[in-house]
Design a protein around this ligand. Structure first.
Ligand code: SF4
Length: 408
């Protein structure tokens, strides 16, 4: 068996509640490696043409990469793949965090899920053992509550959890999947696929280190690469400014996407720069498994009329643009709140912002009326309306039910 792999691929059928473990030969791993290549192999092999993405016939595949779980720096990622309910094409989204590494340490190179449970369930994987557990009491709960309850009932606060919130349960077509409350498989509605299978979460605990061919050599290489990453000005900027570092140059060049992409000029752009962000809402930076960069933002707002919980991380550039300038909004505190709500409910912040911006433009052009919006003044820049619409989309209420279908 190749080093870095375990040799186990877990298959789970949620309709029959049966699971089995496949042990592919080394030639398979040498061909497909892991991550999206491995996931695509199973998608092409098992998903029939014209499969409804929200039917039990769709697959939901979780696959870490070849170096995930090793000490190699900045390699914590895993992919999630399925047929997308948003586009009808292949959906693929990667996340960092800890979950992918934990899955490998728990004894699996990938997890392939088909079928659909009749009642909400979550999956508990511990060092090669698999259990399907009732999740009726978790259905409808936001991500922070779900993580707390699962860790309490399994009596282990080191469990790593991927999960969906209410937007995934309600099959919002751009719902995403989150691990550790702030690392997202963001795009293409993978959370809706998970919701259609009534799979609330996958809790994983692994204590077996991966077998590495030359432990000493990898330690030496890891040390060298880690130092090079730390010394590199780009990773220093990423740590200090995050992905928000691009906002200032974009503003200066007149190419910050704004007002549903109708212009690149945003008058209040300076309110959205990394420098303003760091001064006003940044609490700290955090990282992922074995990554020295620590680029992840954590924000906090503590005002009498607006609180943002740091548990849910902080917005990156794409989120600040999508929920900010593209909606004509320049108040970072409201953007941070919108980000927190999306993260609690598991909605992709990019698609959420684009969909709301599209609705705002429709309202400005008289295509949507106050009757359609239930009295909401849905003009560009209305930050209160942004928060209200996020709630409505996640719970598929009123206009939110229509917007939950996306803006494609
Ligand atoms: S801390 Fe940032 S750079 Fe490092 S793995 Fe996580 S997302 Fe990537």
């Amino acid at each position: 068996m190749s080093y870095g792999y375990i040799g186990n691929i877990l298959h789970l059928d949620l309709s029959s509640k049966k699971h089995w473990i496949e042990h592919p030969p080394e030639t398979f791993y040498r061909t497909y490696w892991g991550g999206r290549a491995l996931a695509l192999y199973y998608m092409l092999r098992e998903i029939k043409p014209h499969t409804d993405p929200l039917s039990p016939d769709n697959l939901l595949i979780f696959a870490p990469g070849i170096l995930t779980g090793t000490p190699a720096p900045a390699m914590p990622r895993y992919t999630v793949c399925a047929k997308s309910p948003l586009t009808g094409a292949q959906a693929e989204a990667e996340a960092g965090g800890w979950w992918g590494s934990e899955l490998k340490k728990a004894g699996f190179d990938a997890l392939i899920i088909k079928g659909s449970s009749s009642t909400p369930v979550y999956l508990w994987i511990k060092d090669g053992k698999i259990e399907i557990k009732d999740a009726t009491h978790l259905w409808g709960r936001n991500t922070g509550e779900t993580q707390r309850i699962i860790r309490e009932e399994l009596a282990d606060d080191k469990i790593r959890i991927v999960q969906i919130g209410p937007a995934g349960e309600n099959q919002v077509l751009f719902a995403n999947i989150v691990n550790e409350l702030k690392h997202f498989n963001g795009r293409n509605g993978l959370g809706a696929v998970m919701g259609s299978k009534k799979l609330k979460a996958i809790a994983v605990r692994g204590t077996k280190p991966l077998k590495i061919y030359h432990q000493e050599k990898i330690k030496e290489i890891t040390k060298q690469i880690t130092q090079r990453i730390i010394d590199n000005p780009l990773s220093r900027d990423l740590r200090n400014l995050g992905t928000l570092g691009v906002v200032r140059p974009f503003c200066e060049a007149g190419c910050l996407p704004s007002y549903n992409w109708t212009t690149g000029y945003f008058k209040e752009g300076k309110n959205l720069t990394a420098e303003t962000y760091n001064k006003t809402i940044l609490k700290e930076t955090k990282g992922c498994y074995a990554c020295p960069i620590r680029c992840k933002r954590v924000v906090e707002v503590n005002e009498p009329d607006l609180k943002v919980d740091p548990t849910y991380g902080g917005p990156e550039y794409e989120t600040v643009a999508s929920l900010g300038s593209i909606c004509g909004i320049s108040d970072l505190k409201y953007i941070a709140k919108a980000n927190e709500l999306c993260n609690k409910y598991t909605m992709d912040t990019i698609s959420t912002g684009m969909t709301i911006a599209f609705a705002m433009q429709c309202y400005e052009e008289g295509i949507l009326t106050k009757e359609d919006t239930e009295g909401l003044e849905l003009t560009f820049g209305n930050k209160e309306a942004l928060l209200i619409l996020i709630e409505k989309i996640a719970h598929r209420e009123g206009l939110g039910d229509l917007l939950a279908e996306g803006s494609y």
